[in-house]
Write a protein that binds this ligand. Structure first.
Ligand code: SAH
Ligand code: SF4
Ligand code: F3S
Length: 452
């Protein structure tokens, strides 16, 4: 049956180009699983020989649409040589741009959004049959997850989407418009998917959601479960050694969740908790729902239960109306919290967001200067955090081969990347590594073997 439909459609190789967040990575994995199961398509590393090219796009920051069109220009040349090739644009730009994409790039066969990709095999059959272009971007009521095939395991770390979408509507952000409203998957489905990944060799599970700790899903007892209840249930699965989650919203940080970091041994001491700004005024106009004192209180509570927790955050500089004083407050917050890592962005207006309707008032040169100042401070904190590891022996989950020959790469409990001489067969094992050197974003170490 599989071979038959494969021959019928004349498709063999699939290339997926992924941009954006971890959830897009997850979605691309599911697309690949689905296309393999439906048509026997196999994933290839370059677009040149592919029969189907899918772009899984992100629109969260500047020039997202332009990046997509310039990449598409490259695919157009391939399609001129092989007109039977299928090109699809999915993800958040697909959702936002819809039919505009095919107007500007008529060689695109399919446009789809994050909530419709489960229909890809059908869409492909349709366009093969009817030779038409398709746009599928409505947000259907039905659960996409019910229509996806079982997850295939892809290594030591497995990701599972537990909730999707966002109801927070921060003024600068497109995500509520591209991913839709918050929807939580049933507990049983999540646990089943985790079990599959563990059976396939995963030892770490990372739970994903745009606001992962806003999870409120139906439990097996017919009650609504919150995020912390789900965490305890996932942590109890046999074979699970490490548990992580991302991305959390400060407004959804409960005391129970802070306590979970002390009580669940599998829950790793690392939290990404975006704050965006340290200024009360900006937090308010951004519609973040909390002030700086509330954020400090959460951090204190976390550290009280888990003193070694490594923290990271996202920051936006140059939001409309950001004054020197506002920015100073952000620097002050960073100095007070002390982050192990940080992601800093210059504000860029995104189509359709409330912030895009007010003037993008901070001059580019000021945005640049503030970004540099914030980067200098956060990089210094990262450097200190990395340096503090030198000489320690830490538990590293060996995840993959590193780019340098003979080197393996893995992560510490608090999510720092470590490179060391090792072997491929060690992938999936948690091993003691003595840290010998610290770099800007990673560590170097030596494996400690039992007979040392
Ligand atoms: N759900 C997550 C963040 C999703 S977007 C949360 O609420 O924290 C990831 C990051 O992109 C945001 O945290 C923000 O720092 C940045 N970002 C989003 N919109 C942006 C914009 N218009 N300009 C610059 N950075 C933006
Ligand atoms: Fe965007 Fe805010 Fe929702 Fe995060 S919480 S996805 S920043 S709207
Ligand atoms: Fe980007 Fe969409 Fe993720 S806008 S960050 S791919 S939710």
């Amino acid at each position: 049956m599989k071979q038959e439909s494969q021959k019928l459609l004349g498709l063999d190789r699939l290339f997926i180009k992924t941009y954006g967040c971890q959830m897009n990575e997850y979605d691309s994995g599911r697309m690949a699983d689905m296309m393999k199961q439906a048509y026997g398509l196999r994933l290839v590393a370059t677009p040149d020989q592919a029969d189907v090219i899918l772009m899984n796009t992100c629109s969260v920051r500047e020039k997202a649409e332009e990046k997509v069109y310039s990449e598409l220009g490259r695919y157009k040349k391939l399609k001129e040589k092989r007109p039977d090739m299928i090109i699809g644009v999915g993800g958040c730009v697909g959702q936002q741009e819809g039919e505009r994409i095919q107007k500007r790039a008529p060689y695109v066969d399919i446009v789809f959004g994050p909530q419709t990709y489960h229909r890809l095999p059908e869409m492909i059959k349709e366009i093969r049959r009817d030779r038409v272009c398709l746009t599928e971007i409505d947000m259907p009521e039905i659960e996409k997850f019910d229509h996806l095939p079982k997850a295939e395991s892809h290594g030591a770390v497995g990701c599972v989407t537990i909730m999707e979408g966002c109801d927070k509507f921060c003024t600068f952000c497109v995500v509520p418009y591209t991913r839709g409203a918050e929807i939580s998957r049933p507990v049983t489905d999540i646990l089943d998917e985790c079990r599959e990944l563990l059976a396939g060799g995963a030892v770490e599970i990372s739970l994903l959601g745009q606001n992962v700790n806003a999870y409120r899903g139906p439990g097996p007892d017919e009650e609504e479960w919150d995020f912390t209840m789900l965490l305890y249930a996932v942590a109890a699965l046999p074979g699970l050694q490490r548990l992580r989650f991302s991305t959390s919203h400060p407004m959804e940080m409960t005391s129970e969740l802070c306590v979970a970091f002390a009580e669940i041994p599998q829950l790793m001491p690392y939290l990404h908790l975006p704050v965006q700004s340290g200024s009360d005024h900006l937090l308010k106009v951004m519609h973040r729902g909390h002030d700086r004192e509330t954020y400090f209180r959460i951090i204190d509570e976390l550290r009280q239960h888990c003193p070694d927790i490594a923290l990271s955050s996202d920051f936006i500089v140059g939001y409309p109306g950001e004054s020197d004083e506002d920015f100073e407050q952000t620097l002050d917050l960073v100095r007070r919290v002390h982050y192990d890592s940080a992601f800093c962005f210059k504000y860029s207006p995104r189509p359709g967001t409330p912030a895009s309707k007010v003037e993008d008032s901070v001059p580019e040169a000021v945005k640049d200067a503030r970004l540099q100042q914030l980067l200098t401070l956060t990089r210094e904190q990262t450097r200190e955090a990395m340096q503090s590891q030198v000489g320690k022996t830490v538990a590293v989950l060996v995840e993959k081969e590193s780019r340098d020959a003979g080197d393996m790469a893995g992560r510490t409990a608090d999510f720092k990347i470590v490179h060391f001489k090792g072997q491929k067969r060690q992938i999936g094992q948690i091993m003691p590594v003595r840290i010998t050197e610290a770099y800007g974003q990673s560590l170097r170490g030596e494996l400690i073997l039992a007979d040392d």
